[in-house]
Design a protein around this ligand. Structure first.
Ligand code: RRO
Length: 309
């Protein structure tokens, strides 16, 4: 079975990687992802300097997924770029950045541009957990300005954006019109569904501390929203912009569904947190079994081929 896939000039031996934020903040976590059967990894979204993040508890597991409000807790950009520079020969790697302002994104993009390492850059336009800061991806004009300025300095390496979920056909179309105008290599759909509220009836309390319990939802809750976003952007964007599917992947069947909607790769977040890195070999095996039963020998045999009625 051939599970290989491509984004820009990078080849991946299978379509499996972590979602940014899931087990990719510390050196030990990143090192474990480097050794796993996932073909690639993405680092925790970085800011120029170390950030402590929001007060704890700021992550909770629920029966159908997870809720988080980490608040961009990370080691700082130089730590992640350094990790990539030391390890990019081992696997194709993604570096994620999420500046709190345009200047921060430009400063990090400039350093990434100047690095001799080869990697893909994922620009996170969709962090839902910074108090007082709306998600860039929900402000269409701002998204255009950010991309205009980033592409002025970031010209050589592949660049993609991590998008928030959209829920309206007009919003899919407006965002696609903007994204089309840039030489993006990929878009990642979706970040967590922002500002959900999970509560515990027994204790009559919220389960995470920041923002009175409001946080980003991931896991089973979000799969239909994720598939809708993957599908719509696959249809609306030129085929040179690959889709990375993220949201609700618990099994090989979920991976298959994302690929069928048009994803070239998939990212695993909540279920990676719950099950740890061994999930990747299970997902790989389950995807292979589904492909075998359906007589598919490679991803191109079914990628994007979702049928309408
Ligand atoms: O750090 C976070 O709170 C966070 C980020 Br940057 C993000 O993009 N998505 C998310 O669910 N949490």
């Amino acid at each position: 079975m051939d599970l290989s896939t491509n984004i820009a000039n990078f080849s991946f031996k299978n379509p499996l990687m972590n979602a940014s934020g899931a087990l990719c903040t510390s050196y030990d976590e990143l090192n474990a992802l480097l050794g796993g059967s996932n073909s690639s990894l993405v680092t925790k979204s970085a800011t120029p300097l170390y950030r402590e993040g929001n007060p704890m508890p700021r992550y909770a597991e629920t029966p159908l997924g997870t809720i988080n409000s980490m608040g961009l807790a990370n080691q700082g950009f130089d730590f992640y770029l350094n990790f990539i520079e030391n390890n990019y020969h081992q696997k194709p790697l993604f570096l994620s950045i999420a500046g709190l302002c345009l200047e921060d994104n430009l400063a990090m993009a400039k350093k990434a541009h100047e690095s001799k390492a080869e990697f893909l850059l994922e620009l996170n336009l969709s962090c839902p957990n910074i108090m007082g800061k709306p998600q860039t991806g929900y402000d269409f004009q701002r998204t255009r300005e950010v991309l205009e300025q980033v592409f002025e300095i970031y010209t050589d390496k592949p660049l993609g954006v991590k998008l928030p979920p959209y829920f309206d056909m007009v919003h899919f179309e407006q965002m696609a019109e903007i994204l089309k105008q840039f030489p993006l290599s990929f878009v990642t759909c979706i970040n967590s569904i922002g500002n959900g509220l999970y509560i515990d009836a027994q204790t009559e309390s919220v389960v995470i501390k920041p923002k009175d319990g409001f946080g980003g939802l991931g896991g089973e809750y979000v799969k239909p929203t994720a598939l809708a976003n993957v599908r719509k952007f696959y249809e609306l964007l030129p085929k040179s912009i690959k889709i990375i599917g993220c949201g609700g992947i618990l099994s090989g069947k979920d991976v298959f569904e994302h690929l069928l909607c048009g994803a070239s790769m998939v990212q695993v977040g909540s279920q990676l947190m719950k099950e740890k890195n061994q999930i990747f070999s299970r997902l790989e095996k389950e995807l292979e079994e589904i492909m075998y039963k359906k007589n598919y020998s490679k991803i191109e045999d079914f990628k994007g081929n979702l049928k309408s009625l």
